[in-house]
Design a protein around this ligand. Structure first.
Ligand code: HEC
Length: 77
């Protein structure tokens, strides 16, 4: 899966977009923040520390792909 597919569909079809929004600008659900351009460290910390996100089981490669996708979204106007 590409970073975009993971972001939109990981973990049973809901992905990160369900809460953070398809553009990662946040606010879709549970007051999830804007995460455009989030670094790998931030993503890893959130996957461990945010209870709502703890069901995600992502490989290193999948995390890297999502981080790359968040960097792309950060370039969009
Ligand atoms: C069920 C809702 C939900 C889903 C799904 C979700 N998140 Fe989150 N995420 C949150 C919430 C809520 C917070 C804020 C938690 C807090 O501030 O305590 C958060 C915080 C974050 C942060 C930290 C932001 C910062 O300021 O450092 C990152 C990074 C993040 N999420 C990335 C992801 C990624 C990547 C995925 C998909 C693998 C994902 N999230 C899926 C709800 C969600």
């Amino acid at each position: 899966m590409s970073g975009r597919e993971l972001f939109e569909k990981a973990a049973g079809g809901t992905g990160c977009a369900m809460c953070h929004g398809v553009n990662a600008r946040g606010g879709a659900q549970l007051s999830a923040p804007d995460i455009r351009g989030a670094t790998e460290d931030r993503v890893r910390a959130a996957l461990v520390g945010v209870v709502a996100m703890s069901r995600f089981k992502l490989s290193d490669a999948e995390i890297a792909a999502i981080v790359a996708h968040l960097a792309e979204l950060n370039k969009a106007p």
